[in-house]
Design a protein around this ligand. Sequence first.
Ligand SMILES: [Zn+2]
Length: 304
Amino acid sequence: MLHQRTIADSIETSGVGLHSGKKVQMTLRPASENSGIRFRRMDTDPIKEVHAVAEHVTDTNLGTTVSQNDTSIMTVEHLLSALAGLGIDNVFIDLHGPEIPIMDGSAASFILLIESAGIQEQSAPKKFLRIKKNIRVEEDGKFAEFRPFDGYRLTFDIEFEHPMIQNELTHFSFDFSTMSFLENISRARTFGFLKDIESLRANNLALGGSLDNAIVLDDYTIINKDGLRFEDEFVRHKILDAVGDLYLMGHILVGEYYGYKSGHDLNNKLIRKLYADSSAWEEVEEKDIKEIPISYWTAALGKV
Ligand SMILES: [Zn+2]
């Protein structure tokens, strides 16, 4: 039986929030079975908790924000992506500030952090969310879709009028059953355009952004001197974001996701539309699944 997972030990890190620009201290702590992913603001009195679920998403402008109990946590998607990629079901994320640190702009630092803490199997069975019907949301020529599928696959297409993001570099398909999340997705960094940065800063966004935590493009090329980690790092990062946004459903999917120029906003609308139709999805366990959608399962525990 596949069991739920938490981390074996508490572990601490700190970094800068991408949008707030503020340094924040973050500690991950083990949590009991069926508790899910819970943020706690340790700098408020009393301590306030925000359960990381899709219904709590309150802002999707350049990142995903979740809010509960009159408190908010910004930029949750890369950490959630790492937790999804390592199959962590239950964890407390204690923060001394309103935003998850951006680290290097990818999920790689969070993967390292969780691996250093160690992964602990629990006794309750792991649950999955199975897609039973096609669900689609569309807006301004962009769309996102769920489709039934025996496994967990994400496919993404992006479109930018930029010489560095053309042709085959705009498409990527990632299959959790046959490909490594750690190798293919977790290292892909967030990106932005130099021409947008001034207006972002004027709106108090991207205050912590730098070439250390984002790929920055001018009109012609990438200005980071070490270049890209993958030629198609941009579309891989959009899949990293989608894995994180979709993990706000609390479980790995048994199904397929397709995004065309999608982002945090459409991803959340897609989940809400799915939830609104109770015949479109169901919670299942390993015994109900033909094909387990996760080949990294044993690898992440070090017993390949
Ligand atoms: Zn991102």
